[in-house]
Design a protein around this ligand. Structure first.
Ligand code: DX5
Ligand code: ZN
Length: 229
């Protein structure tokens, strides 16, 4: 079996964009070089905020056929939205493991629904609990802020979790999310993250294309150094 290739990918989060113009904002980010779109779904229970759900994602998909959509499910019942998100055209279903009793079952359901599997953990959740499940996932998402809101301060003390994953799973897609931008990307890249979610730092940038390209370059250069490509 050939080894999976780890490459740097930048997935802007639309959370802090003009949500009334979600289509235009998404197109703008893709034009600026986004590798995928990170769509933050919040239910007001798992996190103290509400965004949008599968009906909105479905409408976006009818207008944007070929971009890779990742939904970051910050919801109390991730099992409930697997089917609806799959029919909405989602490519990767990234859910928090904290509210899940049977993680292998949830992974299987996501895969059976035709989506890639992302496992996400909040800052207080130890990464070691994922040990038995990493093989069932395509991506592990390490939150670098408390989930719920964009524009928060990056938690550098989450980097040991990323490093632990990269050391133990050299070809895993490791994603970071929260407060990631030009000031914090180097630390994420050095620790071993290769999928980079960035909201405010991209959305509010004067030159989003440059920010996206620079972050990708930094990540890819660390991957080359680590010889994990
Ligand atoms: C936070 C969300 C993030 C957030 C990222 O709960 O999961 O995706 O929108 O935004 P920034 O980069 O501004 O922290
Ligand atoms: Zn997110």
């Amino acid at each position: 079996m050939s080894k999976k290739t780890v490459i740097g990918k930048i997935g802007p989060s639309v959370l802090n964009s003009d949500l009334a113009n979600l289509h235009d904002e998404s197109l703008r980010l893709l034009d600026c070089g986004a590798d995928y779109l990170h769509l933050d779904v919040m239910d007001g229970h798992f996190v103290p905020n509400i965004t949008f759900g599968h009906p909105v994602v479905k409408c976006l998909r009818t207008k944007i056929k070929d971009a890779f959509f990742e939904t970051h499910m910050m919801v109390s019942n991730p099992l409930q939205w697997i089917e609806p998100m799959s029919s909405a055209g989602v490519d990767q279903y990234t859910f928090h493991v904290e509210p899940i009793e049977d993680i292998p079952y949830a992974c299987r359901k996501v895969r059976e629904a035709g989506m890639k599997v992302g496992l996400a953990i909040k800052p207080a959740t130890p990464v070691e609990i994922l040990e038995s499940y990493v093989d069932l996932a395509d991506t592990v998402l390490i939150m670098t802020v408390e989930p719920g809101f964009g524009g928060q301060k990056f938690m550098d003390d989450m980097m040991p979790k990323v490093r632990w994953l990269r050391n133990n799973y050299p070809s895993l897609d490791i994603e970071v999310d929260g407060g990631v931008g030009l000031n914090t990307i180097q630390n994420c890249a050095e620790a071993g993250a290769n999928m980079i979610v960035s909201g405010t730092a991209v959305i509010a940038a004067e030159n989003p294309s440059k920010v996206i390209a620079t972050m990708r370059e930094i990540v890819n250069s660390e991957i080359t150094k680590k010889n994990i490509f």
